[in-house]
Design a protein around this ligand. Structure first.
Ligand SMILES: [Zn+2]
Ligand SMILES: [Zn+2]
Length: 372
């Protein structure tokens, strides 16, 4: 099947900036997360949008995608390929269903449990500094009543008479290309080679029960929306003694009231008066670790950006941190009283500023008023 366009998947324009892409991804991730949406194919949809976000949020991968389409993207560019779609079955079942030629794979051996995904929403600060977060995940675990074999304790488990315990049966079929011998999963025992006389009362013979599991997630400093953390062995239980799958925590960082994040740099705007901008001042500016003093230099122009080195976000899995950028937002005063207006008008006058006729008449009006 042809892969869908990443921009269409996220519903953004091709020239969308990182912020729009992130916003679109977060909205969709919430909507299609397998835990919040019980409809059947949301897991596949979630995988698709996560993949789209992974590529489009990385300038390098995005550039390759823009130029070459899907063929510019390698499997190494994302790690979603090994994600099972939840539940059981999947590839092994497919192999069994189409197991032509007698070499079909048996289903009765141990199988690894499916991987799970969990979307974890964290605050801006938690992403910046890391922390611990407790979560509850619903997952399949081995039934403790039957130890996973599906038989009610005390009842018999017999060898399947249909396949003599082989788990598969063969049938021959005449086709225009010759005779084919087909090997397929035994329909009586479903490939187990065993027949359970009485299904376990707790799990109805599935060998698994659904449980809420409490886990503590260690969030490293520097994670961002879309970062995945793997918790080994915390996915679904394996089958027939197979290992459990893994749990992938997909991080979703909330927006901050003041700060914007670009990579590991943090941006904010600081309002200052036009007097402060003109004369300079010592002001307090917010940082991730609280307020710090900052010297606004004399003659600061609107929109000037200052850098606070190493006040950004810690690099994920590395040393050092990003910077903080402060943008001066010069506030122009409104609703001045007459005294203030008079001073400004005088200031313009002293500066020899050519002001427009309206203002001139205004200045004259004030002078007249004062002279009365
Ligand atoms: Zn059971
Ligand atoms: Zn059988």
């Amino acid at each position: 099947m042809a892969k869908k366009d990443y921009y269409e998947l996220l519903g953004v324009d091709r020239d969308a900036d990182q912020k729009e892409i992130k916003r679109a991804y977060r909205k969709l991730a919430k909507e299609y997360h397998p835990d919040t949406n019980q409809e059947k194919d949301t897991s596949e949809k979630f995988k698709e949008i996560s993949e789209a976000y992974e590529i489009l949020s990385d300038p390098d991968k995005r550039a390759r995608y823009d130029q070459y389409g899907h063929s510019g993207i390698n499997d190494q560019d994302f790690n979603f390929d090994d994600f099972a779609q939840g539940g059981f079955g999947g590839l092994d079942d497919l192999f069994n269903m189409f197991g032509f030629g007698g070499g079909g794979r048996r289903r009765s051996g141990p199988r690894r449990g499916a991987d799970l995904q969990y979307r974890l929403e964290i605050s801006f600060e938690e992403a910046a500094f890391g922390g611990k977060k407790e979560i509850r995940i619903p997952r399949e675990e081995e039934c403790d009543r039957c130890q996973g074999n599906g038989a009610e304790p005390g009842t018999d488990v017999k060898t399947c008479p249909e396949c003599n315990g082989q788990g598969q049966v063969r049938s021959s079929q005449q086709t225009p290309f010759g005779q084919f011998t087909q090997s397929r999963v035994c329909p009586k025992c479903g490939g187990d080679g065993k027949i359970v006389e009485e299904a376990c009362h707790k799990c109805n013979g599935s060998g698994k029960v659904r449980k809420q599991r409490k886990l503590t997630v260690n969030i490293p400093a520097g994670v961002d929306t879309g970062t995945r953390l793997r918790m080994s062995g915390e996915g679904q239980a394996g089958e027939k003694g197979g290992p459990a799958g893994d749990l992938y925590i997909v991080i979703d960082v909330q927006d901050h009231e003041i700060f914007d994040r670009k990579g590991d740099d943090v941006y904010c705007e600081v309002p200052i008066s036009f007097v402060q901008a003109t004369l300079g001042d010592k002001i307090k500016v917010p940082t991730l670790e609280g307020k710090v003093q900052f010297d606004i230099p004399e003659g600061t122009q609107p929109g000037t950006t200052f850098r606070l080195k190493n006040k950004g976000i810690t690099h994920l899995n590395g040393y050092g941190r990003g910077d903080q950028y402060i943008k001066a937002k010069v506030m122009i005063p409104k609703d001045l009283d007459n005294k203030q207006k008079e001073l400004l008008a005088e200031f313009a006058d002293i500066s020899g500023e050519e002001i427009n006729p309206e203002h001139k008449s205004f200045l004259k009006k004030i002078k007249d008023a004062i002279n009365i």
